[in-house]
Design a protein around this ligand. Structure first.
Ligand code: HEC
Ligand code: HEC
Ligand code: HEC
Ligand code: HEC
Length: 472
């Protein structure tokens, strides 16, 4: 692609997955968040809006990140309670080629005040801050961009009452990739969460400051394509026929005439477009793309390094969390005897063939997978790679427990699919155990994010334990 002036922007909500995390998970998630900040700095981001999920680690944590960031965190509506002054920069003006671009950040209201340090802060509704800010920037800027993690509905309302904003890049936590939607004279768009996609937009801005379909340009492109086709056909005939024959060849002469016509139409359209642009009436146009960040794309070695280092620091932190919880003896409800899950060794006593089969599946070595990745203390990974949850029965929300599971629960074990089995192991009664796990059981771990192609009907055949043959 040819070089064009670029701005790298993000609507926020990128540091944490949730607005509330357990203490152990939060400690690890902060390390990941630092890695994200370093990656975005390396990638040369310009500005990012402060999202509710960027404040999970607390106000002072995000301020410390802002200090380290080589990009600017923006929020026009997160203010100090005492002074009513914004805590982060409200807006930023950047040059992009010959354009002056104003960038505003807004923090959405979804629970964003429940963060450590939030007592000092106040989140104002956009209606209180946006009009003045826009009035000031609209005078100085050619193009006005809003980075917002408000809901899509709220962003449409912003677009409706603030036509001076030309582009809203939103990052509502629920949404997926969203093609640009024109609301009034504002384009609203979003790239899905979790860094699976990168959105890029090529903007051909015009003095009119109005988005529109540029019919002349499209017609021109179409005519030029047609011209290419005719030129090709003319060349083929010229290669085939002698010079004298060409003179008498009706189809050839017709092609030459069509080419003449097309050329004069193209010149006419080129002129028309030139006049539109010069007079400032041409509409602005854009192209939008989502690039899927597939595993097979080439690595950026510097970013790889940042990611690996963050992952390794998370594991080290988890390891010392596990160490300190082992020495400080766990409270009674966390004693192994009182654990709701009994573990695969018990089931193996009576279910030889099923156990032998399960041992061949990836489920039995899921924790080992984390060990070989050196991520076995990462609280973000553990719940799906061990025996810690069946439907509503879970120990996966307990950091201490999760980090100190006994070895016979360090697999995706029998009870993850068949339910807790202590009672059944004693009674040997089939009514005390569940036979076939339903789709929701699998989907808890085989999420779209982790296993895009999961298909219950097919995949269950690959892991369904065999019958015992003759007798039990
Ligand atoms: C002491 C022996 C014993 C232990 C231990 C045991 N089971 Fe069973 N299990 C049985 C017997 C016997 C049956 C067959 C009951 C019947 O047919 O009525 C059975 C049946 C089952 C079934 C089939 C249920 C059905 O509806 O067909 C499943 C699934 C199962 N067990 C899972 C487990 C799991 C998981 C564990 C470990 C948590 C476990 N069992 C531990 C003896 C045991
Ligand atoms: C507690 C989380 C969890 C649950 C519940 C779960 N899986 Fe898995 N599954 C995993 C993990 C983790 C792996 C990858 C294991 C590895 O290779 O380290 C996996 C791997 C698989 C594989 C790949 C084949 C293989 O042998 O590795 C299949 C197929 C599969 N699961 C199907 C299912 C189905 C069907 C269900 C529901 C009946 C299910 N899983 C429930 C976590 C889970
Ligand atoms: C929401 C549940 C979930 C979480 C959280 C999770 N995983 Fe997994 N993981 C899975 C499932 C399901 C599979 C199997 C996917 C498949 O079969 O395609 C898997 C597969 C893997 C595999 C590939 C195993 C193989 O050899 O094929 C690796 C490596 C892995 N996970 C590492 C991790 C790490 C590291 C983390 C934490 C940073 C993590 N996982 C967090 C569910 C999860
Ligand atoms: C990923 C999910 C999963 C895991 C883990 C799993 N099973 Fe199963 N199991 C199944 C499915 C699916 C079936 C088949 C149910 C059906 O189709 O009726 C099954 C069937 C069974 C049956 C009944 C077999 C029969 O036809 O009589 C037993 C017993 C059993 N499993 C025991 C175990 C034991 C013991 C373990 C652990 C060592 C285990 N399962 C681990 C999914 C799982």
């Amino acid at each position: 692609m040819h070089q064009v002036p670029t701005l790298a922007l993000d609507g926020g909500n990128l540091l944490f997955k949730e607005e509330r995390l357990s203490p152990g998970l939060l400690q690890q998630a902060k390390i990941t968040a630092e890695g994200i900040v370093d990656s975005y700095s390396f990638m040369g981001y310009d500005a990012i809006a402060v999202g509710g999920r960027d404040l999970t680690g607390g106000l002072s944590f995000l301020q410390a990140q802002a200090e380290r960031s080589e990009f600017t965190w923006l929020s026009a509506n997160l203010v100090r309670k005492k002074t009513m002054q914004p805590i982060f920069l409200p807006s930023l003006v950047r040059r992009a080629g010959s354009l002056t671009v104003g960038i505003i950040g807004l923090t959405g209201e979804g629970g964003a005040l429940h963060f450590p340090g939030g007592d000092d802060a106040l989140l104002l509704n956009w209606r209180r801050v946006l009009p003045d800010l826009v009035a000031d920037l609209a005078n100085r800027c050619d193009l006005l961009v809003l980075l917002s993690n408000y809901t899509p509905d709220e962003n449409r309302e912003i677009a409706r009452v603030t036509p001076e904003i030309h582009l809203i890049i939103q990052s509502s936590p629920q949404s997926k990739n969203q093609d640009p939607e024109l609301a009034n004279n504002t384009l609203i768009l979003q790239t899905g969460k979790q860094g699976k996609y990168l959105g890029w937009m090529l903007i051909n801005w015009q003095k009119s400051k109005k988005w529109g379909r540029e019919d002349t340009t499209r017609e021109l492109a179409f005519k030029k394509q047609e011209l290419d086709g005719i030129n090709g056909r003319i060349r083929r005939i010229e290669r085939r026929e002698s010079r004298e024959d060409l003179l008498n060849l009706r189809s050839y002469q017709n092609l030459l005439a069509s080419r003449e016509n097309l050329l004069s139409e193209i010149i006419f359209l080129e002129n028309e477009r030139h006049v539109l642009i010069e007079s400032g009436q041409a509409p602005a146009t854009f192209e939008n793309h989502f690039i899927a960040l597939k595993e097979n794309l080439p690595e950026q070695p510097e970013v790889r390094k940042i990611v690996d280092s963050a992952k390794s620091r998370v594991n080290v932190a988890g390891s010392s969390q596990a160490g300190s919880s082992a020495t400080a003896s766990p409270p009674p409800e966390l004693q192994p005897e009182t654990l709701v899950f009994t573990g695969w060794l018990t089931c193996a006593l009576c279910h030889g063939p099923q156990t032998a089969f399960w041992k061949e599946t990836g489920h039995s070595s899921a924790y080992q997978t984390l060990v070989s990745e050196e991520q076995q203390f990462n609280l973000d990974c553990l719940p799906c790679h061990v025996t810690a949850q069946y439907k509503e029965t879970l120990i996966s929300s307990n950091d201490v427990l999760l980090l100190s599971l006994p070895p016979h629960l360090q697999q995706v074990g029998c009870e993850v699919c068949h339910g807790t089995g202590k009672k059944h192991a004693a009674s040997q009664n089939r009514s005390d155990i569940s036979r076939k796990p339903d789709e929701a059981v699998c989907r808890r771990c085989h999420t779209p994010e982790r296993d895009e192609n999961f298909n219950y009907e097919n995949d269950i055949l690959r892991i369904a334990c065999p019958a015992s043959g003759s007798g039990q």
